[in-house]
Design a protein around this ligand. Structure first.
Ligand code: ADP
Length: 319
């Protein structure tokens, strides 16, 4: 290997910059050149590259988002477009690629490696929804953001005798909701992995309020229900004022937590180590504190992200 490319793709996540920095500095220490690809697979196809030096990644470790930019580029599902992108890399003397992104980005990386081009995937998403890894880059920061917001809502809820229905992100994965629920000691948590019944939830909140509880907080994973309607229903049922809060993309931004910076730095360096040892088509994961790597095709096709069942049970029994 003489020259590698690095790109971020799909939804941005805090810590992506730290991962890019680690990739760049590790690769340079091996004597490789590094180019950054602007705006994910769109930039890859367009040949939108910038040369990266040690200095190009200074002062980025603590910045959220991704300085390389990210984009949705559905055209990458077309095999012809992918072949063209690999050709563009070859023409630019790039002989390996590191992709930082979510499961959609992993699909792109899988296809690139199937074309015989060395490619390593790093899990970058706040949703924690990637198979095989205990944590993704960005999850811890997003969780801290969600927890901080819910703590603030609790203060005002308890002062005003209010019910708060809080929607957190996570897409089809309840990890963010479950961890926020345990961290904030909320009354109920609704996630896609566990069947829930609206009437049961409402009845239990009503019981708590009737028993004298001054406030209640419900954490709801996005795409589960209309939280505004839920707040209206609960207000009508309990007589307490109820408000819905959708945290939205606030959870995607912000300075990465120390946990995410360490994870991103480790994973970025590890991606280069894997390329150096001749690996390709692998994705990096954290397993019980150690970094491991899996076949990216196996990760996408046959591995499943494990739901945090015991943590969910804890949220229910303690909340
Ligand atoms: P994430 O990586 O966060 O899951 P997306 O699902 O939007 O985000 O995927 C990011 C990008 O990865 C897409 O815009 C597209 O360029 C590429 N991608 C997604 N799915 C595929 C696929 N099936 N084949 C090839 N490329 C894909």
């Amino acid at each position: 290997i003489k020259k590698i490319g690095v790109l971020t793709s799909g939804g941005d996540a805090p810590g992506m910059n730290a991962a890019i920095r680690a990739v760049v500095r590790t690769a340079l220490s091996y004597g490789w050149e590094v180019v950054g690809v602007i705006d994910g697979y769109a930039g890859l196809h367009a040949g939108n590259f910038i040369q990266l030096t040690r200095r190009s990644v200074s002062d980025l470790l603590n910045r959220g988002g991704t300085f390389l930019g990210t984009a949705r580029f559905p055209q990458f599902k077309d095999p012809k477009v992918r072949e063209e992108a690999v050709e563009v890399m070859k023409q630019n003397g790039i002989d390996a690629l590191v992709v930082i992104g979510g499961d959609g980005s992993y699909m792109g990386a899988k296809f690139i490696s199937e074309l015989g081009f060395p490619c390593i995937g790093l899990p970058g998403t706040i949703d924690n929804d990637i198979a095989g890894t205990d944590a993704t880059i960005g999850f811890d920061t997003a969780l801290n953001t969600a927890v901080e917001a819910i703590d603030k809502l609790r203060d005002t809820c308890s002062s005003h005798k209010r019910i708060s229905v809080v929607e957190v992100m996570g897409h089809h994965c309840g990890d963010l909701a479950v961890c926020a629920a345990v961290s904030c000691g909320v009354e109920a948590v609704l996630v896609p992995e566990v069947k829930w019944d609206k009437d049961e939830i409402y009845a239990s909140i009503k019981r708590s309020v009737d028993a004298g509880k001054r406030h209640a907080i419900l954490v709801v994973c996005e795409l589960q229900t209309d939280v505004h309607q839920m707040a209206k229903d609960l207000e009508a049922l309990t007589g307490l004022e109820a408000r819905a809060t959708v945290q939205g993309h606030i959870q995607r931004g912000g300075t990465p937590s120390a946990v995410d910076r360490v994870l991103a730095s480790r994973m970025g360096a590890y991606a280069c180590e894997l390329l150096k040892s001749g690996e390709s088509g692998r994705c990096v994961a954290l397993k019980r504190g150690e970094l491991v790597h899996y076949d990216i095709i196996e990760c996408i096709n046959s591995m499943k992200h494990r739901f945090m069942k015991t943590t969910y049970d804890l949220a229910c029994s303690l909340g």
